[in-house]
Write a protein that binds this ligand. Structure first.
Ligand SMILES: [Zn+2]
Length: 279
């Protein structure tokens, strides 16, 4: 499932590639992905509009239109945004999963491709009209996410830290891959209770969140074993080869050589080094 670094990569690509373009036509092949408004209203409101800034909130991509409305896309589990559509970008993509196709006046096309169909598309005036968005937590790469604020956020929480980190209402954009990586980098056991942390440990965790996420953005996200994630060119993200614990159960820790262990926390595989991350 795409997390903050993957969505941020796609956002950045779209900002460079489609800003200023005018939409000639839009086709939705599977109505299920369109959550708001009706198909007819969507098509008529999107046609002839010019793309303005592209933003991101959590795992939502926000494409601002010159009408003031926002085209919002959540990639779900396997959603991809591919631009432009050509032989190279479509080499690893199955065309029958192209569910939304936007054609610009220069005849280039942006496609939303989603094998598992958990992706969602909205056209709204205000992003808070999208279900769940108003409750999203702080953006971890924002300047206003500071160590002091994080200490206040975490101090009284009784949750296990791994569970807390993947809660979108707490910090938005962190999912299973990066929560595992952040905890390993911060030398914190995933089952530790948040309220038991010292200020120093919270500081390390804070640095871990900032550094893992910004490096993952720099390396354009992670395409892991399921091969699902691609950027807008159809290329893999290059952070997967830098992952320290995720999907490395039974292998040796790069830092200390101990065997990486796997446990389930809330049904999600959780990878950690018992030597580097003591309970
Ligand atoms: Zn280790």
């Amino acid at each position: 499932m795409p997390e903050l670094p993957e969505v941020e990569t796609i956002k950045g690509d779209l900002q460079k590639k489609i800003k200023g373009k005018k939409i000639k036509n839009v086709v939705i092949n599977i109505e299920k992905i369109l959550k708001k408004p009706s198909l007819k209203e969507f098509v008529s409101k999107v046609k002839n509009r010019i793309i303005q800034e592209i933003n991101r909130r959590g795992k939502y991509i926000i494409i601002n239109l010159d009408s003031g409305e926002k085209l919002i896309i959540h990639l779900g589990m396997t959603g991809l945004l591919i631009y432009p559509i050509d032989q190279k970008s479509m080499a690893n993509i199955i065309p029958k999963h192209n569910h939304l196709i936007i054609t610009f006046t220069d005849d280039n096309q942006l496609v939303f491709n989603d094998v598992r169909r958990f992706g969602k598309v909205y056209l709204v005036c205000d992003i808070n009209e999208v279900e769940g968005v108003a409750k999203l937590g702080i953006e971890p790469l924002d300047e206003n996410f500071t160590k002091e604020i994080f200490i206040r956020m975490i101090r009284k929480k009784k949750n296990k830290i791994k569970s807390l980190l993947i809660k979108q209402e707490f910090i938005t954009g962190l999912g299973n891959i990066y929560a595992n990586e952040v905890l390993h980098r911060s030398n914190i056991h995933p089952l530790r209770v948040a309220s038991s942390f010292t200020d120093e440990e919270i500081g390390k965790l804070f640095q871990g969140i900032k550094s893992v996420l910004s490096e993952a953005v720099e390396f354009r996200g992670s395409t892991v074993a399921d091969e699902a994630y691609r950027d807008t060119d159809g290329e893999k993200g290059k952070f997967a080869e830098r992952l320290q614990v995720y999907a490395r159960g039974g292998k040796n820790c790069f830092k200390c050589g101990s065997t990486i262990e796997v446990i389930k926390i809330e049904g999600r595989s959780t990878f950690f080094c018992p030597q580097c991350q003591k309970l």
